[in-house]
Design a protein around this ligand. Structure first.
Ligand code: IPE
Ligand code: IPE
Ligand code: MG
Length: 241
């Protein structure tokens, strides 16, 4: 449900398209993976900043369904980075009260990574301070397509009829079914596009595009982007008095 249109408080759910790792590395004459490692270090800082900023839900885009088109070296390096990240960060995330979830299609990911993801979700499932959702092999179109497939299956089985298919029912079949919609979507690196991120959920989100490359995006800049959001008037299609 949309919040009160006059609500000018900070965003409850922030989603971030963490872009620019490759360019950051190239500018330094280093391989792209060097940028991904630097980017991963920023994640901790931004997650830590959330409680002070009043951000309860943080959703970050780590790997898209289109990112498989990159070289085998980069893809394999990213997958190794995700495994290492989970192994190294699990304890700190748990201790800081972070509940971690993953969205995206796990079918294409290797078993070792999927089991680390499952374990981290379970391990942190009692936490409630910050809800961190990591989009890994995630694509908005892919998510809606998978939801539609599962809905069609329910209709085939006779548990639902076509008349049950409305926006609310479809939302329940999305990977994000337990999450509120994002209030603010931030994209770093100067690109002003969504690149298939949270297409359905961001229908009424505010957008902030910043030029900073993700490995340079600090907690201070995060706070300044959030303060900018506080001044916006969200209308949700209505005319305000
Ligand atoms: C974002 O940085 C991280 C991933 C997509 C995994 P990029 O790797 O897209 O960096 P640029 O856009 O090439 O600089
Ligand atoms: C979006 O960035 C995906 C992630 C940040 C994981 P990309 O760099 O893949 O998007 P495009 O190719 O610029 O649209
Ligand atoms: Mg990019």
């Amino acid at each position: 449900m949309p919040k009160d249109a006059n609500d000018k408080t900070g965003p409850n759910h922030v989603a971030i398209i963490m872009d620019g790792n490759g360019r950051w590395a190239t500018q330094r004459g280093r391989p792209r993976l060097f940028g991904h490692h630097a980017g991963a270090r920023r994640v901790r800082e931004i997650v830590r900043a959330c409680p002070d900023e009043g951000v309860k839900y943080l959703t970050i885009f780590a790997f898209s369904t289109e990112n498989w088109k990159r070289t085998q070296t980069e893809v394999a390096g990213l997958m190794a980075l995700f495994r290492r990240y989970i192994e190294r960060e699990a304890k700190a995330l748990f201790d800081e009260g972070v509940r971690v979830r993953f969205i995206g299609d796990r079918m294409k990911l290797d078993d070792k990574l999927v089991s680390l993801m499952d374990n981290l979700e379970l391990y942190t499932s009692g936490n409630d301070k910050v809800h961190l959702t990591i989009a890994l092999n995630y694509g908005g179109r892919d998510e809606v397509t998978r939801a539609a497939q599962r809905l069609a299956f329910e209709v085939e089985k006779g548990t639902l009829t076509h008349k049950d298919v409305d926006a609310e029912t479809l939302s329940k079949f999305l990977d994000t079914h337990v999450l509120p919609d994002p209030d603010l979507v931030i994209r770093t690196s100067g690109e002003a596009r969504i690149s298939n991120f949270l297409l359905w959920q961001s229908a009424y989100a505010e957008y902030e595009f910043v030029d900073t490359l993700w490995p340079d995006f600090s907690a201070a800049e995060f706070a300044s982007v959030l303060s900018n959001y506080g001044g916006r008037e969200r209308r949700f299609g209505a005319v305000l008095a």
